[in-house]
Ligand binder design. Structure first.
Ligand code: NAG
Ligand code: NAG
Length: 356
């Protein structure tokens, strides 16, 4: 859904695109063991959270990296513009990608059915007057990007982020909350996956959640234990599905948990551009939607076009994506949004501060 542009750019609200930041390389760099290793070292400098980057013996990872790079090199044969590049996922296999970045959001049949009957009567943002551009990160309602590591706790990070956001917006307090508590105490499969709904239920049932520093994240599930609660919520609501306007209205009011399918990201994601697919429609990942906007990008023929995007905060560390954030193309409402982003979105309400 690129919109080719003939009008003056002054008419649009445009966000500055971050510099392209994936790694281009030449086939010569794959010609010897030594040069491939050097390319991998260069990659590790850019993506230090890569699996083998901190090991002295990188040989296992190097093999996977080499075959990824060879794959890209073949696809780039004869291509001059828009060459594919190495990205933050170039050191892992398809199976590893799915396990680490694509399958931490679990929903039962019952939950989906329940969500299907919730048509949005509870939705409270029916406000036509929404801005063209929203970014809660730049408005100070979003805490720093963290890294879930090899634990599938995306759902807990997303839920904590949503509570952090509304706590800041309504109570004026920006405080990192304990993802570890959600991981330990929510009804979930812990590091094997969960659902932000269960995390919100825990906060409601336990009368609150502790702050991050009182129960810091260790990327493994531990016994649920008590730390002092700092904020609670009165409940949570679902955003009506397949409705782009509703999701825009929701995130214009506060950060929102969204569920996305990451299929296709491993091979096709490129920082510095809005991700426009290919992507599946079966969300296996949850993240925090923090805004939306319109970016200007350049086509291979040099022409400019604008592209509408959603901006999400991920829990994959600051060295991935755009300083930890990812932009996905907005649109495709009829099919559930790109990567299924319009399918399963929710937000907490009535944050109550518990200590002073
Ligand atoms: C989408 O949601 C808005 C309220 O946010 C509502 O006015 C509109 O009718 C909905 N559209 C559809 C197709 O249901
Ligand atoms: C596209 O935008 C860039 C940067 O704003 C500008 O330098 C370039 O001239 C534009 N290209 C066309 C064809 O208008």
């Amino acid at each position: 859904m690129k919109i080719h542009l003939t009008l003056s750019m002054g008419m649009l609200v445009l966000a500055l695109a971050p510099a392209a930041s994936s790694i281009d390389f030449t086939s010569a760099e794959l010609s010897s063991e030594e040069s491939t290793r050097q390319l991998y070292e260069r990659w590790c400098k850019k993506y230090p959270d890569g699996r083998g980057c901190k090991d002295d013996d990188k040989s296992g990872r190097l093999d996977i990296f080499r075959s990824r790079a060879q794959e890209i090199n073949i696809m780039n044969t004869g291509v001059i513009h828009n060459r594919r590049r190495l990205n933050e996922f170039s050191d892992i296999t398809d199976d590893e990608f799915k396990e680490t970045f694509g399958s931490c959001f679990l929903k039962s049949r019952e939950e989906l059915l329940e969500h299907d009957v919730i048509t949005g009567d509870q939705f409270t943002f029916a406000n036509d007057d929404i801005p063209d551009y929203v970014d809660w990160a730049s408005r100070g309602a979003v805490t720093q990007v963290m890294n879930q590591g090899s634990c599938g706790a995306c759902w807990a990070f997303a839920a904590a982020g949503a509570v952090e956001g509304i706590h800041m917006i309504e109570n004026g307090i920006l405080m990192q909350l304990s993802v570890q508590e959600l991981l330990d105490c929510s009804i979930s499969r812990g590091c094997d996956g969960g659902n932000a709904v269960k995390a919100f239920n825990h906060v409601i049932d336990a009368d609150g959640i502790a702050k991050w520093e009182d129960n810091p994240y260790v990327a493994t599930r531990l016994n649920c234990h008590k730390a002092q609660k700092v904020v609670t919520i009165g409940g949570y609501k679902f955003v009506p599905r397949f409705n782009e306007t509703a999701l825009e209205q929701a995130v214009a009011s506060q950060p929102v948990v969204v569920s996305v399918d990451t299929t296709g990201w491993a091979k096709h994601y490129r920082a510095g551009r809005v991700f426009s697919g290919p992507c599946g429609q079966r969300p296996g990942h949850q993240a925090l939607l923090v805004g939306y906007g319109t970016a200007q990008e350049q086509d291979i023929d040099g022409s400019n076009y604008t592209i509408d995007y959603w901006k999400i905060k991920n829990s994959w560390g600051i060295h991935r994506g755009e300083k930890g954030y990812y932009r996905l193309e907005r649109g495709y409402e009829e099919t559930g949004g790109l990567c299924g982003i319009l399918r399963f979105a929710m937000y907490p309400v009535e944050p109550i501060e518990l200590i002073d």
